[in-house]
Design a protein around this ligand. Structure first.
Ligand code: NI
Length: 166
């Protein structure tokens, strides 16, 4: 397993809901966690590792507090309030930062890795992270949050790199 990067088409596809939380899903979660920590990310969605399923993992404070892998399966945002401006990066969009406007407070729900329903209240960085990961599961990237001009410049840069590496 590797982290998939733009312009891989799986990143712009909507992920399917998880129907059965079986051993494959547990293995997927473990692998995603490992890859997220290895890449020094704070969140990772399943389509970023090539699996179009509605699963993401996140852990904001492992550097200070040790690892505590959080999982959300089939997530939805049920409440979103106020705006916050931020500058976001993404493991699937290397060397790019996007100025985004996110909601500052959210409530999200979904399932944990045992299939138990969970509600999450989040603000600031955690709220931004959850919105970013749910974007992934909907096939949306930080590139979709910037101007056409900025996006085209990035696309051109990536195309050039791919040509060079080919
Ligand atoms: Ni991302």
């Amino acid at each position: 397993m590797e982290i998939v990067t733009y312009p891989d088409p799986i990143l712009t596809k909507k992920a399917e809901p998880v129907e059965h939380i079986d051993q494959d899903i547990q293995d997927l979660i473990e692998n995603m966690g490992e890859m997220m920590y290895r890449a020094s990310g704070i969140g990772l969605a399943a389509n970023q590792v090539g699996v179009a399923k509605q699963v993401f993992v996140y852990d904001l404070r492992y550097r200070e507090r040790g690892r505590n892998l959080n999982v959300l399966i089939n997530p939805t945002i049920v409440l979103a309030e106020e705006n916050i401006d931020f500058e976001e990066g993404c493991l699937s969009v290397p060397d790019f930062l996007a100025k985004t406007t996110r909601r500052k407070y959210i409530k999200a729900k979904g399932l944990d890795r045992d299939g138990k329903p969970i509600d999450i209240e989040a603000e600031d960085l955690l709220a931004i992270c959850i919105q970013h990961e749910i974007d992934h599961l909907n096939g949306t990237l930080i590139l979709d949050h910037v101007s056409h001009l900025k996006r085209d410049l990035y696309k051109r840069r990536i195309r050039k790199l791919m040509k060079r590496d080919a």
